[in-house]
Design a binder for this molecule. Structure first.
Ligand SMILES: [Zn+2]
Length: 173
């Protein structure tokens, strides 16, 4: 397995509408494993393919809080929200592509999502609480939407400027 470099906002690849995955081959399974390893290493609870430069509809996540129960890695290929609750929930969100920045975002508290696994088999499941927020945040990435897009323009610009500065500093190293 290989750690993939995570793209930092602003980057045009993070604003793309991703294409569906059509080939369920060994390369896809390997890429999913690399994404999981990259996510755990970061560390983070979710990572979408475009964040590591693959403009395809795939994400990985693990929101298991109880470490004693062990990790619960999930790989969702071509995920689609099929139902959202009217009830909303607010979480302080962050993003591996926007390091060190956090803000409260309101989203449906529960969602039902259908997706395919790396072998192309169909699944459908309801997600609640942190899992629901995480899966919505990651699916947003597949449509080029970042959590800061839900914030007021001034706050969003402030964060973007900080990230531009961070990238300039990194480039100098
Ligand atoms: Zn993110």
């Amino acid at each position: 397995m290989t750690l993939k470099p995570i793209l930092i906002h602003p980057d045009p690849r993070l604003k793309k509408h991703c294409d569906p995955v059509t080939e369920f081959d060994k390369d896809l399974a390997r890429f999913a494993d690399d994404m999981l390893e990259t996510m755990y290493d970061a560390p983070g609870i979710g990572l979408a393919a475009p964040q590591v430069g693959l403009i395809k509809r795939m994400l990985v996540m693990d929101c298991a809080k109880d470490t004693k129960a062990g990790p619960e890695p999930m790989v969702l290929v071509n995920p689609e929200v099929t139902w959202k609750s009217d009830e909303l929930n607010v979480y302080e969100e962050g993003c591996l592509s926007i390091p060190g920045q956090y803000a409260e975002v309101e989203r449906p508290k529960m969602v039902r999502v259908k997706w395919q696994d790396v072998e192309g088999k169909a699944h459908e499941q309801e997600f609640d609480e942190l899992w629901a927020t995480c899966v919505q945040h990651e699916i947003d990435h597949l449509d080029g939407v970042l959590f800061i897009d839900y914030l007021k323009p001034l706050k969003r610009q402030m964060i973007t400027r900080k990230m531009q500065k961070l990238k300039r500093e990194k480039a100098r190293l």
